[in-house]
Design a protein around this ligand. Structure first.
Ligand SMILES: [Zn+2]
Length: 433
């Protein structure tokens, strides 16, 4: 892989959960596993082998319990993957690009490139997940009936029927970010025409549900069920945080909506010729002029963009002898129009993991807009007291997070369908744990 390829790949790589690795593709969708998933498989296999199966089908050997425990854990995640695939395939049918599906400790996450723009789309994309789990529960139940009871194969099928039923039911709870919360939001959105009001309602109900789980977990902890209690509280805490961040995203979105990119862009972003050396770029454009990245022009045409990040990948000795053309990210670039608003700009930068965007109209470069420009705008708004300080502080915190971490917690992103395993519910069904 050449320098240019490395730079380009880094510039266009979609955001994903750090610590996850790709295991292949299904129907053209990238499937990834987060390292916490391995912990979940081990935990489920252990709890099934040590507690559930010895009670459910007594008299088998320890090795058999471990084998069917492990098989069940893997099939459970295959069910989760099927659930996520239905979300992703319906999303794709509605014209939304799917970045990837990641399996992690709480289940699976479908990363969609954009949010649905119509209530009907959000309804369909969300509702198929729990429905697919319920259908799987039915299929495994039929298989269990057909198999001789009591036996290990029948026990595994019964377990998968039960757990898919719980997955379907848990995810239908009407609190954001669960599927049921999205279904609820799409219904309110469709009825009122206000995405804002719908998001607020769904996120408050999601937070309330999160608090209930935390309380229930603490109660279980106090009554001696340490593991189940902690796990329940942990899931509640995760749900609560995800619901809250959905509301903050909405709030940030509001203060940036309607403000055109042209008002904030740097109309004199500097420029580099293709044959300029990396050394000159670093000393003139970065250190003297204070640009983080500049457009690269050839015959008046925008042919690429070169940034300090590109230069850093090259050893300092090579700077004088390397041209910016060799390290730049080449056209076609991700660009934005001057009439687009700041909300669209920050979303695009977050999606693509970029720090700045060229502002282009009719093929002509008009300027550049960066995350720093947007942050300064938010700070200025705060100083002018345009909004209540408290709300603004929330936005600033989020903006700082956006600046600092292009790759954030995938489960808390707006364009993410988050999906919980509902281990808490599962554990109430397991004796001796
Ligand atoms: Zn789902």
């Amino acid at each position: 892989m050449t320098q240019q390829d490395t730079a380009r790949t880094a510039a266009i790589a979609p955001r994903h959960m750090p610590g996850s690795f790709s295991i292949g593709k299904v129907a053209g969708i990238d499937i990834a596993i987060h390292y916490t998933w391995l912990f979940a498989v081990a935990l489920i296999a252990w709890s099934l082998a040590a507690g559930y199966y010895p009670t459910d089908v007594p008299g088998l050997g320890a090795t058999t319990y471990w084998l069917i425990g492990l098989l069940s854990a893997v099939l459970l995640f295959a069910s989760v993957l099927a659930h996520e695939l239905t979300h992703s395939l319906v999303a794709r049918m509605r014209g939304i690009r799917v970045e990837r599906i990641t399996l992690f400790i709480f289940g699976g996450v479908s990363n969609l490139a954009t949010e649905p723009t119509k209530p009907s789309d959000e309804f369909l994309i969300s509702v198929v997940g729990p429905l697919s789990s319920l259908v799987l529960a039915g299929v495994f139940w039929v298989i269990a009936q057909a198999l001789p009871e009591p036996g290990p194969a029948g026990a595994v099928a019964s377990y998968l029927a039960l757990v898919n039923l719980l997955l379907g039911a848990f995810n239908l709870i009407p609190g954001f970010p669960l599927d049921g919360g999205r279904v609820f939001r799409s219904l309110v959105w469709g009825a009122t025409g206000s995405l804002r009001r719908a998001t607020l309602l769904a996120s408050y109900s999601g937070q309330a549900f999160g608090w209930l789980l935390i309380l229930w977990g603490l109660l279980r902890l106090l009554t001696g069920d340490a593991f189940g209690g902690l796990w329940t509280a942990f899931i509640g805490w995760f749900l609560n945080g995800a619901a809250e961040s959905a509301r903050r995203d909405q709030s940030l979105d509001e203060s940036l909506r309607g403000v055109p990119v042209s008002r904030l862009m740097d109309a004199n972003p500097g420029q580099a010729a293709t044959n300029m050396s990396v050394r000159d770029f670093v000393f003139q454009d970065v250190m003297d002029a204070g640009h983080r990245a500049v457009p690269v022009m050839s015959d008046g045409q925008l042919v690429g963009i070169v940034s300090m990040t590109d230069a850093r990948r090259l050893p300092g000795e090579a700077w004088p002898s390397t041209s910016v053309e060799q390290i730049m990210t080449r056209a076609p670039l991700v660009t934005i129009s001057p009439e687009d608003d700041l909300a669209a700009a920050i979303r695009l930068m977050a999606q693509k993991g970029l720090h700045q965007l060229p502002v282009v109209e009719n093929g002509q470069l008009l300027g550049m807009i960066s995350r720093e420009d947007v942050l300064r705008f938010l700070q200025l708004r705060q100083e002018l007291g345009a909004h209540r300080v408290e709300r603004q502080a929330v936005r600033l915190v989020l903006a700082v997070v956006l600046l600092a971490t292009p790759v954030g917690n995938a489960a808390a992103q707006p364009a993410t369908c988050s999906f919980m395993l509902g281990f808490a519910a599962l554990h109430t069904a397991i004796p001796n744990i």
